[in-house]
Design a protein around this ligand. Structure first.
Ligand SMILES: Nc1ncnc2c1ncn2[C@@H]1O[C@H](COP(=O)(O)OP(=O)(O)O)[C@@H](O)[C@H]1O
Ligand SMILES: [Mg+2]
Length: 325
């Protein structure tokens, strides 16, 4: 049985009239990359801050890295690494100096400091720039340095609040390479928040958080299964014949939308070959859309894929990307 790295129940936090976190129950297993996914204001930073003992919860209890959130706060802090949403590097120091300062705060023994600093700098490919001032770094380099810093004291859990916010797609992909490398090489548990739904796909499991509550928690694959269906689009001169054929043969309700036959199926990989093999009509083209986490969120927050198809008369939610800022 996998051991829990984080286990909390009933975590709540209110800021005056704002109920930021409304009772979060969560178990994260050792070695997992766990994502907290939700729109701006959902309560991600508030939750992660409570898990890191930076913010005192109003209620709830639990353990982080094996220590009690209330009674063993110092132990929790010694055993976690943190990368905040807003950068907290000293711009007027070099990369090396920033890490040296962190090593002092965490009481890393003098004889180990240099070696550890060099190791984490190499890990995030900043060793060559170790003596440059942080103010000369790009956004991506700063983020990498912060990740290096978060690893310096050998934490059991690394917390990252929006690790790739504001970075370009290429740099984001790069940061993700490091996250996976850290997990693989160091066996560290990683807990991160994000409002990028495509990025949440990189996590082993995701909790979807909205308005202070977890509204779903599962692997990205299972969440997408929950949305259900693959959608198959068929182009043919014989659309109405095909719709009848699909009804008779597969007992599925296909629809004609913008001159395309559109049908929802659970398993397109088997449906498409079977259809094409038996269909007595010529087909011009077939295309397929699979659900994304965007669709999961739309579904969870109340809008139905099905309605979209009918009301818009065009391809559903897939084309509409909602911004999560
Ligand atoms: N220090 C604070 N004082 C008052 N309200 C806050 C404070 N921090 C967060 N909030 C509110 O709590 C809610 C959740 O915020 P936050 O946890 O930062 O969300 P997220 O990180 O998901 O964007 C928001 O409505 C936010 O305005
Ligand atoms: Mg936040």
């Amino acid at each position: 049985m996998a051991m829990a790295a984080i286990e909390v129940t009933g975590l709540t936090k209110r800021f005056k009239e704002v109920e930021a976190v409304k009772g979060v129950d969560l178990t994260v297993y050792e070695g997992e990359v766990f994502g907290f996914l939700g729109p701006n204001g959902a309560g991600k930073t508030t939750t992660i801050s409570m898990l890191c003992t930076i913010l005192k919860p109003d209620g709830g209890k639990g353990h982080v890295a094996g220590f009690d959130l209330w009674r063993e706060k110092d132990k929790v802090r010694q055993n976690i690494g943190l990368v905040f949403q807003d950068p907290t590097l000293d711009r007027n120091l070099t990369a090396y100096e920033n890490l040296w300062f962190h090593a002092l705060i965490y009481n890393i023994p003098t004889r180990e400091r240099r070696e550890r600093i060099e190791m984490v700098l190499k890990m995030v490919e900043l060793y060559e720039r170790k003596d440059s001032l942080v103010q000369t770094f790009s956004g991506g380099m700063k983020r990498r340095l912060e990740i290096a810093r978060g690893l310096l004291h050998h934490p059991k859990i690394l917390f990252l609040d929006e690790p790739t916010i504001g970075l370009d797609p290429q740099t984001r992909a790069h940061i993700w390479d490091y996250i996976h490398k850290i997990r693989k090489e160091k066996g560290i548990t990683i807990f991160l928040t994000t409002h990028y739904m495509d990025e949440a796909e990189n996590c082993d499991r995701i909790a979807v958080i909205d308005q202070g509550r977890i509204i779903a928690l599962d692997t990205p694959q299972n969440l997408k299964k929950m949305v259900g269906n693959n959608i198959v689009y068929i182009n043919s001169m014989e659309a109405s014949g095909i719709i009848i054929f699909i009804k008779e043969k597969f007992n599925l309700e296909a629809k004609l939308i913008k001159n395309q036959v559109v049908v929802e199926v659970t398993d397109a990989e088997t449906f498409i070959p079977q259809l094409l093999k038996e269909l007595p009509y010529p087909v011009t083209s077939v295309s397929l859309k699979k659900p994304t986490l965007d669709d999961v969120f739309l579904k969870l927050t109340g809008r139905e894929l099905r309605d979209e198809v009918i009301t818009n008369g065009k391809a559903p939610a897939f084309h509409r990307r909602r911004r999560w800022q």
